[in-house]
Design a protein around this ligand. Sequence first.
Ligand SMILES: Cc1ncc(COP(=O)(O)O)c(C=O)c1O
Length: 459
Amino acid sequence: MATPAKPVPPLLEKTSQSARLFEEAAQCIPGGITANIKHFDPYPLFMESASGARMRDVDGNEYIDYNLCYGALMLGHGHPGVRRAVAEQWETMGSFVFGAPHALEAEMARKLIDLYPGIELIRFTNSGLEATMLAVRLARGWTEKRKIAKFEGHYHGGYDPMLINVQSRNRKRGERPRPVVDSRGVLDEYQDQTVVLPFNDWEASLEILEEEKNDLAGVILEPVQGGFIPPDPVFLRSLREWTNKQEIPLIFDEVKTGFRLGLSGAQGRYGITPDLTTLGKVLGGGFPVGAVGGRRAILETASPVHRGDVLSGNENQTHSRDVLFHSGTYNGHPTVLAAGLATISHLEYEGVFAKVEEATRLLRNGMEEILARWGCSGSTLGDGTIFNVMLSEQPVQNGTKRDAAYPCLRRELDIHLLERGIYIKPMNRFSLSTAHTPDVVAETLDRFEEGVKRLTGKE
Ligand SMILES: Cc1ncc(COP(=O)(O)O)c(C=O)c1O
């Protein structure tokens, strides 16, 4: 006789230590979290340790991790090659950071120039946010124009000019997206400097772009919206052709897609070369990082050589506005670059990246099959090693509410999955790593099926 499955305790019952730590943290940290994205109801889970594809929370519950620090950990947690590289950097260099140039900077720069078709020169930053901020400044400096076009529903980091239309809003058919500030504390003035476009809708985007083109310094987008809504190929090609013709820099924000849609990111995958590229997440191998690369002529505007800039105190300085200022105490941090280089070189071994893609396919197919078997309308959407579960009967084009892509069922499913040891940030995308082997995927699918059965009341 088959043994009946053990009942799974609800999340609140099994995570009392997380609840306690959350309460304590909320006494001294607003909302108990250091990045708003880490919050979810009833409280975020506090983690204690991790290895490979798995994380353990402070109550001793183990999870298969599909958040992977929002996609950053392409080799999973604590990869030995990355550990070795960091330890070696500390040993051989004798310091954590010099505050002066060192060889790893050019080594990483050459690597990225080799891999990314759109990168001829590169600068490093400490986060994806700083990278897109610099990219926007470069575009404005290069064109000497004012406005930036961004797409509705695209995230480029939590700073003032980009906290506009991060959220997709319901619109009537044919209605244009209107710039709307998405955070308290952000001046309405930023709306006037921003042009908002609908993703994957070339006809509507073109109409707006044509009207605004004389003021446009650049167009920035996530080539794959939210990391999981792929671009329509005609849309992306048309955008590239139009921006080329108008000589308006096109910025691919590849913070999510870099090293996740292949080693050359979305630009390699779709064969479209932007003028500027921003990277982050996987590039740091688990440490804070960002980078902006692009056309030589545009990047050269940041070079202070023979000119001086605002902080150089150089008497021969022409004028501070001749040089595009970019700086940062920790830019090009040796530990971060050592970890990043170790990550990339592991991914470059033959077959390594393909295996993660194969595991992703296996997981997506399995999930779709389970959803269908238990009568739950839904599918998965994504490309490369990132995807999302869409509990919707309608195809998703750009994530507006019109697509009806996020019914509350999904949130409920996510809680059932957390209870069963699958870690995702509720409503967020799934990312895989080299540690997500076929065995791990099979285990995930068993737990996923239990979660779906619970969701559909067929447990
Ligand atoms: C596309 C994109 N751009 C920029 C950022 C900001 O990066 P960071 O969180 O490292 O500042 C993110 C972060 O998720 C992102 O997904």
